[in-house]
Design a protein around this ligand. Structure first.
Ligand code: NDP
Length: 288
């Protein structure tokens, strides 16, 4: 058996093409979606993610402002910048690239973003709305994962989904979204005992740990759908996921690669949220 490879990059480019068309139509109605991306410090991975976001905005026709500031910026300055964007009518989405320098509180920064412009879906208001199934901006990576599974044609309802990882940005929200799609969900983490005995029960296995190639064929049930969220460098400096691709592809029925798997979907869902934010802002302005 060799798994069908779910190429996220291809799914993402289909969604981006549709978004580009939608943005074209919105512009004819005078609605210009705009995204502000704030990048603090010189983390190379963050710089590369931000470049990807800028490029996607350009491709789709979304107006973007990227603010790159030195790690010496004070928390007060950063909060002031966010407040300006909260008030800026040309900007519909605000994203602060994480991680932040140690002297800045991530919580304070996320809390400062207006929930209406929180296109990353990280503010407590958005997270709460997601939890109770209200209309909200879904966090981009978890949303991208659900889209990938759905577009692969594999059902989620009634399946046993196992998520490895419980971070606020990936593990917890993807578990919640799988639950909303009527999967039976198990969440595993660093304190989980006998991980393989749990992951082998998974019809759908989502791996978001951040450890190069830690999940091998021995962790995977024959025929499982495996989504690899991890982005790591192995000892040879090659970009790899959390899943050992070559061995797991012989066991799984569907598998995402790294790169070109979940990553492009994350950025695409950010674009979708920004377009949705612009549409909502236009509706609100019309109702006034
Ligand atoms: P975090 O470091 O925040 O969380 C990792 C999780 O993995 C934690 O819940 C931790 O458990 C768990 N864990 C660590 N070691 C083990 C282990 N040996 N067995 C089981 N669970 C373990 O990472 P993120 O969620 O932010 O990211 C995960 C990966 O996904 C990273 O490689 C990151 O780069 C990538 N990523 C990719 C994105 C994309 O767009 N492709 C977007 C976001 C992230 P505990 O809570 O107990 O510590």
């Amino acid at each position: 058996m060799s798994a069908h490879i779910i190429v996220g990059a291809e799914v993402a480019s289909e969604i981006r093409a549709a978004l580009k068309e939608e943005v074209g139509q919105l512009k004819e109605q005078g609605i210009h979606p705009g995204l502000a991306v704030i990048l603090i410090g010189d983390d190379p991975a963050s710089h590369s993610y931000v470049k990807g976001k800028e490029k996607a905005c350009h491709e789709i026709g979304i107006y973007s402002e990227v603010i790159r500031r030195d790690a010496s910026i004070t928390q007060e300055e950063l909060l002031g910048m966010i407040e300006e964007y909260n008030q800026n009518p040309n900007i519909h989405g605000i994203l602060v690239q994480l991680p932040l320098p140690k002297h800045i509180s991530e919580k304070a920064v996320i809390d400062a973003i207006s929930p209406e412009k929180d296109v990353d879906g990280f503010t407590p208001v958005n997270v709460g709305n997601m939890l109770i199934g209200n209309d909200c901006y879904l966090p981009c990576t978890p949303h991208g994962i659900i889209e990938l599974i759905k577009r692969s044609g594999q059902p989620i309802e009634g399946k046993h989904a196992v998520v490895i990882g419980r971070s606020n940005i990936v593990g917890k929200p993807v578990a919640m979204l799988l639950l909303q799609e009527n999967a039976t969900v198990t969440v595993a983490h660093s304190r989980t005992k006998d991980l393989a005995s749990i992951t082998r029960q998974a019809d759908i296995l989502v791996v978001a740990v951040g450890r190069a190639e830690m999940i091998g064929a021995e962790h995977v049930k024959v025929g499982a759908v495996v989504i690899d969220v991890g982005v790591n460098r192995n000892e040879a400096g090659k970009l790899v996921g959390d899943v050992h691709f070559d061995s797991v592809k012989e066991v799984a029925s569907y598998l995402t690669p790294v790169p070109r798997g979940v990553g492009p979907m994350t950025i695409t869902m950010l674009m979708k949220n920004t377009v949705d934010a612009a549409k909502k802002a236009a509706r609100v302005a019309q109702e006034k």
